[in-house]
Design a protein around this ligand. Sequence first.
Ligand code: GDP
Ligand code: MN
Length: 407
Amino acid sequence: MDLLEYQAKDLFQKVGIPILPSQRIDHPKDLKQLRIPYPIVLKSQVYAGGRGKAGGVRFAENTIDAVAAAQAIFYLPILGQYPEVLLAEAKYEPDQELYLAVVLDPSLRRPLLLGSREGGMALEATSRQIQQVLVDGEFSPFYARRLAIHMGLSGELIESVSAIVEKMYRLFLTYDLDLVEINPLAVNPAGEVMALDGKVAVNDAALERHPDLLAMQSGDSRRDHAANRPSHSTLAMGPTCSGLAASAFDLPNLNPMLFPGSLGILCNGAGLTMATLDLVDRAGGQPSACLNLGGESSYRLPPDTLCDRLEKGLDWILQTQRLRSVLLNLLGGAETCNAVAGAIARYLKQQRQPVSVPLVVRLGGAHAAAARQQLAALDLPMLFVLDSLDEALTKAIALSEGAGVGR
Ligand code: GDP
Ligand code: MN
């Protein structure tokens, strides 16, 4: 769950990250009871970034200006989203704008501190200069200082910036966050720092542990929850029930989709899964069951490795009803492709009874060709390894419609 800027700033205040006096604006007329002195800045509260460039951040010197600016911002979509509320904030005159973030690195499974001396709206242009410090042990202020020094800061800024990073880290731990970002952290001519913008992403699996964050979500009443769910496939058919639940196959956190057809689908990653379902549908195929095995770094999905989940996924899909063929559409890097090819080969060889349903494998990604060759060279009777997704789709669909397995 992402928080809006004003909600992120509420959290900042709790841990002592300096923010400017601000006020939530639900309607332009609220500006008539403004408690902050002019000049102010008015900011669109949407989840998308790039508000500054899109015109969603405006300055105002008096009430008349402010009401006009607020009206304009309420009617300005940013990446298709209209703000439900604005934030009015005291204006700050920065000398310098820094970028700071604490993120969870999903593949290393450790927090990562990020920082750049060139923050603010210039960040995208300079993103290669973002410094990284991996927190690979018990956190200590040393990590924050190291980031500040790598960023090229000097003098008192080293202390004041690392103090902010420490507070961001405390927030990150306390609230089980996936991300806490300040862009920009403004520095004024006196060397004082101020968080002008804030982004916080909460780990959905940990939300239950944080009633105060849950309250923010429900307080944000007009938020469109449906819009935050994974997008739906354009597949016209509705899921129906058949086969055993995936939970019976040690895949407690995977959510299979069941359909009335005869083609099983296994993919790694939500986007690839939905795209594959759509392609099968467009090519006239009839899916029976579809399972997203999760990406390479989906470490929150036990079993731990993609190859383990692939084996369990095959166990599961092969017992679903009406199945006549299985399409495995898998994408990965060099290591993954080799490992996945190995896992499929091992799986087929280990079965006490030969698998009776043909498996059509499409392995894509860098260096996939070698892995495909390795798999094809095994010449297993029920295994079809195809170079292109189109070929794999055609083959899998034909087999699911009862075409013979002859080559
Ligand atoms: P974003 O574009 O969605 O990241 O929105 P930000 O809140 O970061 O605002 C964009 C830019 O507006 C910032 O990089 C700052 O340069 C500027 N800005 C935002 N708030 C203030 C403020 O209080 N005072 C001043 N002078 N500039 C601000
Ligand atoms: Mn920003």
